[in-house]
Design a protein around this ligand. Structure first.
Ligand code: GLA
Ligand code: GLA
Length: 698
C-alpha cells in the first residue's frame, strides 16, 4: 500500500519511549504552599502525566532583583518531578520580564507602530533588538544551562513563549535599515526600483530616511510593508537564536523547541523551523462555536496540524498547549469542551503527527487573567472533576500508544499556504477588501481531502514539489524566484497542479508581472490568461456550469466574492463556464495538459462542492491513497501513520452523535476499546478508534 518509508524517529525525550502527556506547570506561583506542590505529585500520577513544562514566566522567581539569583526552588522542583517520573521541558523565561528590569532599562520596552512606548505589564512585550535584553537573556540562559544541563529530569528546552508582535523603537528602526542595506546591497536606487517609490514621489535619497510602517506615516509602499514583515520575522528568529546559542553550547544534547501559534502571521515558521529540533505549537480552536459546524472546526484544526507536521516532515511535532476544557479568551462565550472532545482533540493531534498531548495548564492560577482558563486541576484542587477524569482517561489511552511514537505520514497531496504570499495578499488594496480570505480559501481546498482520509502536507512555495502527485496552489498571488520554474517542471514531469483566481500577479517585491497574469512563465503551464478580476458584493452570486457530465463534473456551482475573467490558450480545455453577467459563457474552470502533467485552473471562488467533485475525480484518476477506503459519514475522518512495518489508522468522529463506517476486509485491533473489530465500526459521539490490522499487532 505504501511506497516509501523512512525509519521511525526517536522519541521526543531521549530515553522516554512514550507519547508525552503533560503541560505548563507553574510551581513558582505556589512556592508558599508545599501542601499544594505535594498534591501536584499525587495528581500527576493519577492523570497519567509524564511531563511538565516549567519556568515559562518565572524570571522574577529566578532573579528577584538585578543580579540576585534564586535557583533553589527550581532545584527542588526538578528533583521532585524526577523522583516522580515526570520529565521536564525547561523554559527560558524571556516571555515576561520583572518590573525592576523595565524600570532600570526602559530600552527593553516595545514601541508600537504609532511610536507610543509601552509601559511595564502584559507579557511578550520586549524590544526585539535591545542589546541589554539580548545580553540579559543570554546571561540567564547560560546560568540555566550550566546549572541544569545535566539534570536527569530536563529533556528539552522551551525557548521563550509564543514569540510575536513587533517593536518600532529607534533600535529596531536602525536594525531595519541595516537589514535593508544588506538586502539591497547598500544601493538606495536598487531599493527605490524594487519598491516602485516613484509612486507619489516617495523616492528615498538615503537609507536613513526610511521608517517602519506607521498609521500616521508610510503605509502605501507595499514593498516596504512586505520587507518590514520579513524583517520582524527575521528579528524574532535572530532573537531566538541568540537565546539558543548558550544552551546548545553548554548542553548540546538537550533538544530545543519553541511554542508557536498555528499560522500566526507575524513569524514565517518556514524560516524559524531549521533552528529548532522539534516543531511545537499551541492549538486553541474555537470548539462548539456558533458560526460553523463542529466538524469544520475539526477540519481547520487538522489543516493547522498539517502545517506544523510539514515543517519537519520526518520528525513528529508536539502539541505543546491545548486546553483540557475551556479557554478564557474567546468572546462572547467561552464554552466548555463537551465530554469526549478532550480525547478527540488530543488524538487528532497524534493522528496528524504529534507525539505529545500537552495542556495549558496543569493547575489553575488563583488570581489574575487566567484564573478561569481551563486546567487539569481546578480550584477545587482534587481529582473528582469531569475534566480531570477525562484527562486521566486520555492519559491511559496514550500509555497504550508507545508503538505510534516516531511514526510518519507520507502525503501524496500538498497544498501551498505561504506566509509571504499571505502578507502580500493582506496588504493588497482592491478585490474584496475584507473577504480576501487567503487562509480560509486554502482550508476550503483542504476540506475534501480531510473528508476522504487523504493526508496532505501544507507546504510553502519554496518547498520541493517533487514528492507529490498533486499540488494545489490556492491564490498564489506572489511568485517568488524559481517558483514558476519549479511548478513548470513539476507539471512537465507528470504532476497535477491546481491554480486559482489571483495567481501570479506579483513578484517577491510586490511588483506586478508585466505581459499578463499569471506571470513569470506560468501562462503556458496553466493555459490561461487572466485579464480582469471582478469582485462581488456579499450578496452577489454567479455560477460556474460544467458541460454535460464533463470529466464527471456535471452541474452548476455557486460563485461568490471573486470571479476572474480568463481566456484560454490553444489546447486548453474549458470544463466549465460562467452562468451569468457580461462574462457569461466565458471559461471558469479549465484543464491544460502540459508535458506529462495537467494543470487545472479554477477562475472563481466557488462553494466547496466544486472542490469535492473536482478532487474526487483527481483522487480516483490518479490513484491517490485514501485511508480505509475514504467513504465516511460527514464529519468522520481517518488519518494514518506508518511505522517501520505497521500502520495506525486514527478514526475520528467530529459529530455530537454516533456514526458508523464500514471497514475494509480483515480484523483490526482498536487501541481505544482494547477490542478487535471487523465489518462495521461504531463511533460514539466525538468518539475515536485507533486501529491496526490484526496481523500486525504484537
Ligand atoms: C484620487 C486621486 C488620484 C487617485 C484616485 C484613485 O482621485 O487624486 O491620484 O488616487 O483618487 O481613485
Ligand atoms: C497561550 C500562552 C499560554 C496561555 C494560553 C491561554 O497559548 O502560551 O501562556 O496564556 O495561551 O490560552
Amino acid at each position: 500500500m505504501q511506497k516509501k518509508r523512512v525509519k521511525k524517529s526517536a522519541p521526543v525525550f531521549n530515553g522516554v519511549p512514550h507519547i508525552i502527556h503533560g503541560g505548563d506547570y507553574n510551581p513558582d506561583q505556589w512556592l508558599d504552599r508545599p501542601d499544594i506542590l505535594a498534591e501536584d505529585d499525587r495528581l500527576m500520577k493519577l492523570a497519567g502525566v509524564n511531563s511538565a513544562s516549567i519556568g515559562i514566566f518565572a524570571w522574577m522567581a529566578l532573579e528577584p532583583s538585578e543580579g540576585v539569583y534564586r535557583f533553589e526552588w527550581l532545584d527542588k522542583t526538578l528533583d521532585r518531578l524526577y523522583e516522580n517520573g515526570v520529565s521536564v521541558i525547561l523554559a527560558t523565561p524571556s516571555g515576561a520580564r520583572p518590573a525592576w528590569m523595565d524600570r532600570n532599562h526602559p530600552e527593553v520596552l516595545r514601541v508600537n507602530a504609532d511610536r507610543v512606548k509601552n509601559l511595564h505589564g502584559f507579557r511578550h512585550n520586549h524590544c526585539l533588538t535591545s542589546p541589554y535584553y539580548r545580553n540579559k537573556v543570554r546571561e540567564m540562559n547560560t546560568l540555566l544551562a550550566e546549572r541544569y544541563g545535566n539534570h536527569p529530569a530536563v529533556k528539552m528546552w522551551h525557548i521563550s513563549n509564543e514569540y510575536g508582535g513587533e517593536c518600532h523603537c529607534e533600535l529596531c528602526q536602525e536594525a531595519f535599515r541595516a537589514w535593508l542595506r544588506k538586502k539591497y546591497h547598500n544601493d538606495i536606487n536598487e531599493l527605490n526600483a524594487q519598491w516602485w517609490t516613484r509612486f507619489w514621489s516617495h523616492t528615498f535619497t538615503s537609507f536613513d530616511e526610511i521608517e517602519s510602517p506607521a498609521p500616521q506615516g508610510e503605509m502605501h509602499l507595499h514593498a516596504l510593508k512586505l520587507d518590514w514583515k520579513r524583517f520582524v520575522s527575521d528579528q524574532h528568529i535572530d532573537f531566538m537564536r541568540n537565546e539558543i546559542e548558550p544552551l546548545k553550547r553548554i548542553a548540546p544534547d538537550i533538544p530545543v523547541t519553541t511554542n508557536t501559534m498555528g499560522t500566526y502571521p507575524g513569524i514565517d515558521l518556514w524560516k524559524l523551523a531549521p533552528y529548532i529540533d522539534r516543531v511545537a505549537w499551541d492549538s486553541y480552536p474555537k470548539w462548539h462555536n456558533d458560526y460553523q459546524e463542529f466538524w469544520e472546526t475539526g477540519m481547520q484544526t487538522a489543516f493547522l496540524h498539517d502545517v506544523n507536521r510539514a515543517l519537519k516532515p520526518d520528525t513528529p511535532f508536539m502539541l505543546m498547549e491545548n486546553t483540557p476544557s475551556l479557554v478564557n479568551h474567546h468572546k462572547p462565550a467561552n464554552k466548555l469542551k463537551r465530554p469526549g472532545v478532550n480525547t478527540l482533540s488530543g488524538i487528532q493531534a497524534i493522528a496528524h503527527g504529534s507525539d505529545t498531548v500537552q495542556y495549558f495548564q496543569w493547575r489553575k492560577s488563583r488570581g489574575s487573567a487566567e484564573k478561569f482558563h481551563g486546567a487539569v486541576v481546578d480550584h477545587a484542587g482534587h481529582e473528582n472533576t469531569r475534566v480531570f477524569r477525562e484527562v486521566a482517561q486520555l492519559g491511559k489511552l496514550l500509555e497504550r500508544l508507545d508503538g505510534v511514537v516516531g511514526t510518519h505520514t507520507y502525503p501524496e497531496v500538498a497544498i501551498i499556504y505561504d506566509w509571504e504570499n499571505r502578507w502580500a495578499i493582506d496588504d493588497l488594496q482592491g478585490w474584496t477588501a475584507d473577504r480576501k480570505n487567503y487562509e480560509e480559501t486554502c482550508m476550503n481546498h483542504y476540506q475534501t481531502f480531510w473528508k476522504r482520509g487523504v493526508s496532505v502536507n501544507v507546504i510553502n512555495m519554496d518547498c520541493d514539489f517533487t514528492p507529490y502527485k498533486l499540488v494545489i496552489a490556492p491564490m498564489l498571488y506572489m511568485l517568488k524566484p524559481t517558483v514558476a520554474k519549479r511548478l513548470r517542471e513539476f507539471v512537465e514531469n507528470g504532476g497535477i497542479l491546481v491554480t486559482t483566481y489571483g495567481t501570479g500577479y506579483v513578484n517577491e517585491n510586490d511588483l506586478c508581472w508585466l505581459g499578463g497574469f499569471p506571470g513569470d512563465g506560468l501562462m503556458d503551464v496553466t493555459g490561461i490568461w487572466a485579464e480582469e478580476m471582478d469582485a462581488l458584493f456579499p450578496k452577489d452570486r454567479n455560477a460556474v456550469v460544467f458541460g454535460e457530465n464533463f470529466d464527471g463534473l456535471a452541474g452548476s456551482y455557486e460563485v461568490f466574492d471573486m470571479a476572474e475573467i480568463i481566456h484560454v490558450k490553444d489546447g486548453c480545455e474549458v470544463l466549465a463556464t460562467y452562468a451569468d453577467d457580461f462574462y457569461k459563457e466565458m471559461p471558469a474552470v479549465t484543464k491544460n495538459r502540459f508535458g506529462q502533467g495537467i494543470c487545472y485552473h479554477i477562475a472563481a471562488r466557488t462553494e466547496n462542492a466544486l472542490m469535492d467533485a473536482l478532487y474526487d475525480n483527481i483522487i480516483a484518476e490518479h490513484d491517490i491513497e485514501m485511508a480505509l477506503g475514504g467513504e465516511f459519514p460527514l464529519g468522520v475522518t481517518v488519518q494514518q501513520r506508518y511505522g517501520d512495518d505497521e500502520t495506525y489508522y486514527f478514526v475520528m468522529n467530529f459529530n455530537d452523535e454516533s456514526k458508523q463506517l464500514i471497514l475494509p476486509d480483515g480484523v483490526f485491533y482498536d487501541y481505544a476499546t482494547e477490542k478487535e473489530v471487523s465489518g462495521i465500526l461504531k463511533l460514539e459521539p466525538y468518539g475515536v478508534a485507533i486501529l491496526t490490522p490484526k496481523e500486525q499487532t504484537v
